[in-house]
Ligand binder design. Sequence first.
Ligand SMILES: [Zn+2]
Ligand SMILES: [Zn+2]
Length: 354
Amino acid sequence: MSQASAYAAYSADTPLAPFTFQRREPRPDDVAIEILYCGVCHSDLHFARNDWGMTRYPIVPGHEIVGRVTAVGSEVTRFQAGDLVGVGCMVDSCRQCQACRDGVEQFCLEGFTMTYGSDDRQDGTFTQGGYSDSIVVSEHFVLRMPEGIDLASAAPILCAGITTYSPLKRHGVKAGHKVGVIGMGGLGHMGVKLAKALGAEVTVFTRSAAKVDETKRNGADHVVVSTNATQMEAVAESFDFMLDTVPVQHDLNPYLAVLKYDGTHILVGLLDPIEPTIEAFNLVFKRRVLAGSLIGGIEETQELLDFCAEHGITCDVEMLDIKNINEAYERMEKGDVRYRFVIDMATLKGNAAG
Ligand SMILES: [Zn+2]
Ligand SMILES: [Zn+2]
């Protein structure tokens, strides 16, 4: 075992604070990683505050992890000490079910092992995430960072990036398609970059007229202010896909109305019940599809990292000192980040307990 320094949530209503715990000795198929950077995802905040009613404390969040291999187990073949690697939202799955064999471990029929907040499949220990100085992960769930990619700004590719890339690939988005991206946060800004790189014409839908210029600077071809009925009417029935990154309840009906017939509305941010109700008319009369999507498999995540390196795509990040993590959560809740916080784990040194 080795001692890890970290920041953890100790309860739903107290700030994150320094924490130390033990990481396991590498098993034969394990890779031990010194964490250099970790992105801050909305899920981290939901977990820390027990918004989904499943959190056990203390919990170390973080599933956009980039680091350097420090040691490998005896059976590891793909990595060696010194390699630059990433770990996303999953650290294990059953590896035998149809979903695992199909390379979509996120849909493992037995449930995948989350990077934090799960029980390890072999020894039952509680998994802890990337707001820490080290992690030990089976090599199957370790990603290779492509040569030349900026490590800090690549970290959010491991959750925000794959969450938006996977459905775009799955639905075959390509040149000639018109894609609408709803919401311009961590997910939305990656959705814009990735849909553009796949060749699509991209329109961002935002509630705020104040965000129009900023959004255009960030690569969108067009911006529609969704609270402006005239602008919404002007784009009726014109999109092939709508990538909906909004994590809070919102009316889908106006967005369904801007899809062409056979168009697809893809939910990647919402986990709550859909309110207000969807008018079935909006689906039936135009043969439209309402779809969902969840992160992506390990192979597809590697494909995305390589795709981002090839196309020069990174996240727009704001670097964070880990002692400011609680303030960062507050700013994230207000949408006051362009567009993702990434913790520089060097700031953990000298900060942590014991
Ligand atoms: Zn995430
Ligand atoms: Zn499985």
